[in-house]
Design a protein around this ligand. Structure first.
Ligand SMILES: NC(=O)c1ccc[n+]([C@@H]2O[C@H](COP(=O)([O-])OP(=O)(O)OC[C@H]3O[C@@H](n4cnc5c(N)ncnc54)[C@H](OP(=O)(O)O)[C@@H]3O)[C@@H](O)[C@H]2O)c1
Length: 294
C-alpha cells in the first residue's frame, strides 16, 4: 500500500514519535506514506472547528489518533478535561474522518477494565473502568464506534518509547537511590511503542475493522518489570515490593489488566513478540543512543 495519506494526531507523544520514526523522514517506510503530523500547542483536538477543517483540507485516507489526556492521576481532579480530549475529541476526529471517507484508528487502554478477573481480558469482555481516565477512554471508544464504521480501536498498555515512561523513571530513580519501592500487586503487559507502531501500520492497510487488544506477549507486575529493567541495565539498586495501598495514588488502578491479543491472533493480522525481548532491544538502543526501528 503506497501513497496512503495519514493524519497523525499527538505526533509528539510517545506513540506518535514511534510512528513518525517509521513513516517520517529517515524511517524505514519513509516515502511510502504522505504524513501530516499535528499536536499541541498548534493543533488541539478539543477545537472542533480546527479538527474538521484539518481533515477536510488534508483529505486523509487514514486518521491515527495518538492524542490523549494521559495523566491518570491528574484525571481524577480533571475528569471533564480528560473527557474533552479522550471522548469528545476522539468523537469529533472520528466524525470528521467519516465525512471524507477516511478510516479512524483510535488508541485505547487496558484501564477500560476493572482488573477484578485473573485471566487475560479479550476484546468482547465487558468494560468497567475504575478511574476517570479509564472512563474517558471507554467513552471515547464508544463514540468512535458510533461515528465511523471504518474504525480500528486498539487497546494497549504500559508503553515504553521516546518520552516519559516507567522504564526511564526506574533507571533515573535507581541511579539516585539505594532502594526503590515498586507496586507488586498490579499486573499488565509492558509494550514497546515501536512494536505497536508496526502493528498499527499493518492494520491500517486492511479493511478489518473492529476492536483489538495490542500489547507485547507475556505479563508482569510493575515490581517484576522494574527488576527486569535493572537486571538488563546492570544498575545496582534494591527493589522493595509494596502494595497499591502502601503507595497510595490519587487514581485507583485495575489489579489485573493483562490483555489477550485475541482478535489479532484469530485474524492472523499481527503477532507481537514477548515484552522482555522488546525491552532488551529498547534498553540496548537507549544505551548506545541509537534508536533503530525496522
Ligand atoms: N502510555 C501508556 O502507557 C499508554 C497505555 C495505554 C494506552 N495509551 C494510550 O495511547 C495513546 C498514546 O499514548 P502516549 O503514551 O503516546 O501518550 P503521550 O506521550 O502523553 O502523548 C499524547 C500526545 O497527545 C497530545 N495531546 C494532549 N492533549 C491534546 C489535545 N487537547 N489536542 C491535541 N493533542 C493533545 C500530547 O501533547 P502534550 O504533550 O503537549 O500534552 C502528546 O503529544 C493515548 O491515547 C493513551 O491514552 C497509553
Amino acid at each position: 500500500m503506497t501513497g496512503v495519506k495519514i493524519l497523525l494526531t499527538g505526533a509528539g507523544g510517545q506513540l506518535g514519535r514511534a510512528l513518525m520514526a517509521q513513516i517520517g523522514q529517515g524511517g524505514s517506510l519513509a516515502g511510502t506514506h504522505l504524513l501530516l503530523p499535528v499536536d499541541l500547542p498548534e493543533w488541539d483536538i478539543t477545537n472542533r472547528a480546527q479538527v474538521f477543517a484539518t481533515v477536510r483540507e488534508w483529505q486523509p485516507d487514514v486518521v491515527i489518533n495518538c492524542a490523549g489526556y494521559t495523566d491518570v492521576d491528574r484525571a481524577e481532579a480533571e475528569e471533564k478535561e480528560a473527557f474533552r480530549v479522550n471522548a469528545l475529541g476522539a468523537r469529533d476526529l472520528s466524525a470528521a474522518a467519516f465525512q471524507v471517507g477516511a478510516k479512524i484508528l483510535q488508541i485505547s487502554t487496558d484501564y477500560v477494565f476493572d482488573g477484578e478477573e485473573t485471566i487475560p481480558r479479550r476484546e468482547y469482555h465487558p468494560v468497567n473502568p475504575v478511574n476517570a481516565y479509564g472512563r474517558s477512554k471507554a467513552w471515547g471508544e464508544r463514540l468512535v464506534r458510533e461515528t465511523n464504521p471504518r474504525h480500528f480501536i486498539l487497546r494497549t498498555a504500559w508503553l515504553f518509547g521516546e518520552g516519559r515512561n516507567f522504564v526511564r523513571k526506574i533507571i533515573a530513580l535507581s541511579r539516585e537511590k539505594e532502594e526503590i519501592s515498586v507496586v507488586a500487586d498490579q499486573f499488565g503487559t509492558p509494550t514497546s511503542a515501536a512494536d505497536l507502531a508496526q502493528c498499527i501500520l499493518r492494520l491500517i492497510q486492511t479493511e478489518s475493522y473492529g476492536t483489538y487488544h495490542a500489547t507485547n506477549e507475556g505479563e508482569s507486575s510493575w515490581y517484576s518489570f522494574a527488576r527486569r529493567i535493572l537486571a538488563l541495565t546492570g544498575i545496582e539498586c534494591r527493589v522493595k515490593p509494596v502494595t497499591s495501598r502502601e503507595l497510595a495514588r490519587p487514581a485507583p488502578r485495575p489489579r489485573y489488566a493483562v490483555l489477550e491479543n485475541h482478535m489479532l491472533e484469530v485474524s492472523g493480522l499481527f503477532k507481537f513478540r514477548h515484552w522482555e525481548e522488546a525491552l532488551a532491544e529498547y534498553l540496548q538502543v537507549e544505551e548506545t543512543g541509537k534508536r533503530v526501528y525496522q
